[in-house]
Design a binder for this molecule. Structure first.
Ligand code: HGY
Ligand code: MN
Ligand code: MN
Length: 430
């Protein structure tokens, strides 16, 4: 079957082994949602269990030993010929944001499983055990903290997270027990010292760079770090019809000015010239009546940069701006940076190995940074870490149902990952 290439010339004949099947599997998995016809799949929900069982089936069909671990991650292993061989990990997350696209996270799991299916169909074993993980929580939609499964594997799980509660007042500890997991089992997931020599994750780009470059794949150079902040504003409720404007302590008007401060600070170059992005994604105002001046507002801030210094300086500047606006408007303000994750560099050697695999697929190599966070960002302290990006269509939109990719690009990305695996010599890793 002739595979049409993006501008840059026609490809010669290539057997299409993976692409259509991966997109079909992603369609199947999109059915495991909390709010059909939208796609929302949060951590430790029945839909997580259903999607996990489906992934277990795909992993086992492909020739892997597979199961849920104590924190609800789905782990599949394609064993090496030698029993004490090192481990190369891949995968991505199986949870989603609200009203999500169907490729964010799951493409990295399905592509890695497709590699195993091809290897085992040929009876090919690798010089390392290939471990594919579908992480149960990367987005942090349910509990606010992110990367729970991957941090446990990287040895940086914080047991205080077990007491964090979701919007229904259910703690992570209770949700894990109800799911059939083991709240104290996080210790068993720690992979430090267990022979993991590389982590390589495939993921949709979630941006327009590859699309604009006319390229199907790219090598990630670094993953942006982030701060998650909760701002609380306390004003004074009052009658919307009788309180003069000059006498008000309107919490929502203050929060609106603070939101514009987020936009202003993030739109300027960072302290060391690095770019920043800032988002107020959630806001709640109480008492929430049309004819009552808002008294209590809570909103979230997501601040990111490839430079940790620039991000830290921006957080400080925003804290000061919030305090100044609160003073001037005679409201109370709380500023809680409840979560932060450092920017993560990708391993140069693995980047070059992915670039070589892309070249062997006769595709030009493009290196790019990731503005989105990924499970990969927690692995550099454990082992050399890299990411392969795949082109997104629809102007790179993601975290949205219009998120899209083509079977051809899924095909090429999976062929690149398989080529990387078949050429990877684990003795060359750390
Ligand atoms: O927020 C992120 O960057 C990722 O999608 N969790
Ligand atoms: Mn995401
Ligand atoms: Mn993702």
């Amino acid at each position: 079957m002739e595979v049409k290439r993006p501008p840059g010339g026609r490809r010669t004949i290539r057997t299409v082994r993976f692409g259509h099947e991966i997109l079909r599997q992603a369609d199947e998995l999109a059915c495991f949602t909390e709010d059909a016809p939208r796609l929302t799949r949060r951590y430790l929900t029945p839909q997580h269990r259903q999607a996990g069982n489906h992934l277990l089936g795909l992993m086992r069909e492909a020739g892997m030993d597979a199961g849920f671990d104590a924190l609800g991650n789905v782990v599949g292993r394609y064993r090496a010929a030698a029993p004490d061989a090192p481990v190369v990990m891949s995968g991505s997350h199986m949870d989603s944001v609200r009203n999500a696209g169907r490729y964010d996270g799951l493409f990295g799991v399905l592509s890695a499983v497709a590699c195993v299916r091809d290897l085992s169909s040929r009876g090919r074993r690798l010089p390392f055990t290939f471990e594919v993980v579908a992480f149960g929580d990367e987005e942090g939609v349910r509990f606010g903290v992110t990367l729970i499964g991957s941090r446990a594997m990287a040895g940086t799980f914080d047991p205080a997270w077990l007491e964090v509660k979701d919007a229904d007042g259910i703690s992570l500890r209770e949700a894990l027990a109800a799911f059939g997991g083991d709240p104290e089992g996080w210790r068993t997931l720690d992979r430090r010292g267990s022979g993991v020599v590389a982590y390589v994750e495939s993921h949709i780009e979630q941006g327009p760079v590859l699309l604009n470059a006319g390229l199907p794949v790219g090598v990630v150079t670094a993953i942006a770090g982030g701060s998650r902040i909760r701002v609380t504003v306390g004003g004074l409720a009052g009658h919307a019809g009788t309180v003069p404007m000059g006498a008000r302590r309107d919490a929502l008007a203050a929060a609106a000015e603070m939101t514009l401060a987020v936009e202003r600070i993030a739109s300027a170059p960072g302290r060391d010239g690095a770019a920043l992005v800032g988002t107020v994604g959630v806001i709640e105002a109480r008492p929430g009546a049309i004819n009552v001046i808002p008294q209590d507002v809570v909103f979230t801030v997501d601040l990111r940069s490839s430079s940790d210094d620039a991000r830290r300086a921006a957080v400080t500047e925003l804290r000061e701006a919030v305090a100044a606006i609160a003073r001037r408007r005679r409201v109370e303000a709380g500023f809680d940076e409840f979560y932060r994750f450092a920017a993560a560099p990708c391993d140069a050697g693995l980047q070059d190995a992915l670039a070589a695999a892309i070249t062997r697929q006769r595709v030009p190599v493009r290196r790019l940074a990731s503005g989105a966070g990924h499970d990969a960002m927690v692995f550099p302290p454990l082992c050399p870490t890299a990411m392969l990006f795949v082109r997104c269509g629809a102007n790179g939109i993601s975290h949205h149902p219009d998120e899209t990719m083509t079977a051809d690009d899924a095909e090429i990305a999976t062929a690149v990952l398989l080529d990387f695996l078949e050429h990877h010599d684990p003795r060359g890793s750390k």
